[in-house]
Design a protein around this ligand. Structure first.
Ligand code: SAM
Length: 276
């Protein structure tokens, strides 16, 4: 990989105006056989050729231009610059994640959290993943720890990959997927552990998480928090809502996952809840 950047520069230096060579991307994300490339606007006219060279030198089948992630389903909307097949299998920590990289978010910054979830899970416990995606956080728990998982995903397209990933990783005997809004999930008082891997509006789902949780359970509560409210938030809001619903809380752990926007952080708090 040391030789990749000089090789790309070398090839493109014959084709681009000299002042643009320094603006070529120095970092990219590789998910399976798909590259996500951040490209500056001044490279617009050359984007397809640049993408082709990165694909050939790095060895990828498709190149996407990095864009925004948004909406209820946390969808990406990445422009295809080279190739056409945006579905790939990404292998990480012994887990196979099949997904459409052009449409479904898979953040390299969340890798630590995906690995950590495999570490905290316990054999046989029941985990409810309220925002399952393609199984980002809960596949590692089922595969590496033999946890039983109920994975809920609202987007039909993302759900189709979740189902495939359960098969691909051979955990159909302990992982069940539901294609629904988690607020409509009927299970109550069943989970030893609840995953709330969502951002921006996660607090709205705290009452539902509490109703899914057993009288004593651990909830992994993610949210995005403006820096000026840290470190009190996001725990204070969780604690207040839990109290209103008759639960005591104990903060076990708190981690910053990544910068979400200028001055805003994506944080996860592990909370033990007890029904009073
Ligand atoms: N939890 C994983 C992680 O942290 O890496 C994946 C998170 S992904 C950003 C969140 C997923 O939650 C998306 O696939 C989205 O479609 C799904 N989602 C959003 N609202 C939902 C709801 N009310 N019920 C079920 N799934 C929902």
């Amino acid at each position: 990989t040391q030789l990749i950047k000089p090789r790309i520069r070398e090839i493109l230096s014959h084709e681009l105006p000299p002042e643009l060579v320094n603006t070529l991307p120095k970092h990219w994300v590789q998910i399976g056989e798909v590259l996500i490339l951040p490209l500056r606007p001044e490279l617009e006219a050359y984007k397809h050729r640049i993408a082709e060279v990165y694909a050939r030198v790095i060895g990828a089948k498709t190149v996407l231009r990095k864009g925004r992630i948004g909406g209820e389903f946390r969808e990406t909307n990445y422009e295809v610059l080279y190739g056409s097949d945006t579905v790939t299998v990404h292998v990480e920590n012994g887990i196979k994640y099949k997904l459409d990289v052009a449409k479904i978010m898979f953040s390299p910054a969340n890798v630590k959290e995906r690995v950590r979830m495999a570490e905290v899970a316990k054999p046989g416990e029941l985990v409810v993943d309220m925002f399952a995606g393609v199984g980002h956080l809960s596949l590692p728990m089922a595969v590496h720890k033999g946890a039983r998982v109920i994975a809920i995903e609202k987007s039909p397209y993302t759900f189709s990959f979740l189902v495939e990933n359960i098969e691909l990783n051979g955990v159909w005997d302990r992982m069940t997927a539901y294609n629904m809004d988690n607020r409509d999930f009927p299970g109550e008082n069943i989970a030893d552990r609840v995953l709330m891997g969502y951002v921006v509006t996660t607090h709205e789902f705290i009452p539902k998480a509490l109703s899914i949780a057993k009288d004593e359970a651990v909830i992994h509560y993610h949210n995005t928090v403006p820096e000026r409210l840290m470190p009190k938030e996001p725990f204070e809001t969780f604690q207040r809502i839990a109290k209103e619903h008759g639960y005591e809380t104990e903060k076990l752990n708190e981690l910053i996952i990544k910068r979400y926007a200028p001055g805003v952080w994506h944080v996860v708090v592990d909370v033990r809840v007890y029904k009073r």
